[in-house]
Design a protein around this ligand. Structure first.
Ligand SMILES: [Zn+2]
Length: 590
């Protein structure tokens, strides 16, 4: 079974903890040298000088990427190992120091580009064009240096403090609930798993306990949220952002009209969500779904166990069928033991794929139990890996920071390949139903259950912008209205109106509109998959070109190269249409 363990030794020359710590110290020293060379001088650089600095920054990243990745991955594989802990701590500290050393770059680069925007068209900066365009987009919104210092001082005691308070307060709360006749006092973390419980009464009791406790502190939650949004809107004004969305659009490298079109399509297609909820109600044996049933597990019809080797072969063949090179890369991930699937104590839960730019490869962590869920997880993470194989071969490290909207493209596409394979192989209606339910469940969760929070945040921004006083009831009303606008006529437990209080990102300091990139990714990939169906083979090089681009072009440009305008609702409707097709098949099986 040893091949279910990953081999991280290729990342470093020596795995000796002392040698690793020496490398980390060398990294901090090298970043300090870099800062000494460029701090305060960027505005005086000519095009060749700027290209030199960006290249030096990339080289520095590549030189120490291996050791940084080694430390973080070794820790996720066994968080109880004292050596891994100490190395992870040391590497986090080194990363923070390096970040602080290079913080000047963003501000100075922004100013340079604001005064010389034509720099981005210089031939010697061709490979950094979009990287610089993104800085240019921030430039008009930067304040003067003393103002920027004031803003960061204000944030430390303001919005960041609120955000910390939310998380501390929430984790210190105790929730009283009855689980199958037994009285329990639970923390938030202990209680959350019960919202997925197969027993309906337990799920309801969980939401009841949660809502009652959150509601008791409504004054605190509402004041925190209102203060954070007021602060955000004031900063938007100060930075001349045309909309409360702007800062997130810059980070996600998308345009406002794209997100408006996307979310409009979601709103118009609320009936798709409602039709799925009817199917789910029937499957759970209910007349009507309650909002405490949204996370209910579906009676698991068919689940075939697969060994690690069986899954490996299935995944290699799946990707190879789409494109032989994809298949080779997936095989490479297994052959070089870049996957860690073994279930062990101390391992981080969940799964992820970490790009190794220097090695033009990736590492995947998951906990493999042989269920179909685990195969989906691997299909997803291997999609990330294939994406990484493509862009690390085509781009410099500066263009490997793929934005959230595009980052899930390869992975979600891989999941659809698995879905299609499983649908092709089913031998009974029951099996077919369980594949379709899985697809629709995750689609609805991403597009609608995450998506309604965008409308909620929009409503809050509008209300604060209009100077309305937001108390807890006003916020709770907006939360429920946004939910109803997509979910429609299901049953709502009154206590769930305080649910917004428990999501940390509503209180994050610099993140607003956290959810739409996931909605974007889900519909984008469904739309791409529809194109694949329409175009067949011809689509393969197009998808590869898109994935190879990394962050060297925006989503708008990339879709444009495929002949689509993502600023138009028609494009997003394609994604919905793909989901509708799965839904219709599912309804036929009832
Ligand atoms: Zn992912």
């Amino acid at each position: 079974m040893s091949e279910m363990n990953w081999d991280l030794s290729v990342l470093v020359k020596s795995t000796e903890p002392e040698r690793i710590k020496e490398r980390l110290a060398a990294m901090v020293a090298d970043y300090a040298k870099f800062a000494e060379k460029y701090r305060g001088k960027i505005e005086g650089l000519d095009p060749a000088g700027l290209a030199g600095m960006l290249k030096a920054k990339d080289d520095l990243f590549l030189r120490y990427e291996g050791v940084m990745t080694f430390c973080s991955l070794a820790f996720t594989a066994d968080q109880s190992d004292p050596v891994a802990n100490s190395l992870n701590h040391a590497s986090s500290r080194a990363a923070t120091e390096a970040d602080q050393q290079t913080a000047f770059m963003a501000v100075e680069l922004g100013r340079l580009l604001a005064s010389h925007p034509s720099l981005i068209d210089e031939p010697c900066l061709r490979d950094y064009k979009h990287y610089l365009e993104r800085y240019l987009r921030i430039a008009p919104h930067l304040l003067s240096e003393p103002e920027e210092r004031l803003v960061s001082a204000k944030d430390r005691t303001g919005v960041t403090a609120w955000s910390k308070l939310q998380s501390k307060w929430l984790s210190s709360r105790q929730f009283h609930m009855t689980v199958k006749g037994e009285e329990k006092v639970l923390s938030m973390g202990e209680m959350i798993p019960y919202i997925y419980d197969p027993d309906r009464a337990t799920r309801k009791a969980t939401y009841l306990a949660m809502g009652t406790t959150l509601g008791a502190d409504r004054l605190l939650w509402a004041d925190a949220l209102a203060a954070i949004w007021t602060d955000h809107l004031q900063m938007c004004k100060l930075r001349s952002y045309p909309s409360p969305l702007t800062s997130s659009l810059i980070v996600n490298d998308v345009e406002e009209r794209t997100i408006t079109a996307l979310m409009e399509v979601v709103r118009k297609n609320a009936p798709v969500c409602q039709r799925y909820f009817s199917v789910k109600a029937k499957l759970l044996g209910l007349d009507r779904l309650g909002n405490w049933d949204l996370r209910a597990p579906l009676p698991d019809t068919v689940d075939r166990q697969r060994t690690w080797e069986e899954s490996r072969d299935l995944l290699i063949s799946l990707y190879a069928d789409f494109d032989p090179q994809f298949g080779e890369w997936v095989r490479d991930m297994f052959d070089r033991r870049h996957l860690d699937g073994l279930v062990r104590k101390g391992k981080r839960t969940g799964a992820f794929c970490d790009t190794w730019v220097g090695g033009r490869s990736a590492f995947i962590l998951s906990s493999y139990n042989g269920q179909v869920n685990d195969v989906y997880t691997l299909a997803h993470e291997l999609g990330h890996a294939v994406h990484a194989y493509l862009y690390t071969r085509a781009q410099n490290p500066s263009n490997c920071g793929v934005s959230l909207c595009i980052a899930e493209c390869g992975s979600m596409f891989g999941e659809l390949l698995l879905t299609e394979r499983l649908l092709a192989e089913v031998t009974s209606d029951e099996e077919k139903r369980s594949v379709l339910i899985r697809v629709m469940n995750s689609f609805v969760q991403t597009v609608y259950q995450e998506g309604f929070r965008y409308f909620f945040e929009m409503d809050i921004a509008r209300a604060v912008g209009e100077g309305k006083f937001l108390d807890a009831d006003a916020i709770a009303d907006m939360w429920m209205t946004a939910q109803r606008s997509l979910y429609g006529d299901i049953e709502y437990l009154p206590e769930t109106r305080w649910d917004w209080a428990r999501f940390p990102h509503h209180y994050f300091s610099d993140v607003r509109f956290y959810e739409y990139p996931y909605v974007f990714a889900q519909l984008f990939v469904f739309a791409l998959f529809r194109l694949y169906r329409e175009q067949g083979e011809a689509f393969v090089p197009r998808l590869k070109a898109l994935l190879s681009a990394g962050s060297s072009r925006s989503a708008l440009q990339l879709a444009g190269e495929l002949g689509f305008d993502i600023g138009q609702e028609e494009f997003w409707q394609k994604g919905i249409d793909q989901a509708k097709e799965y839904l219709a098949e599912l309804e036929r099986l009832e």
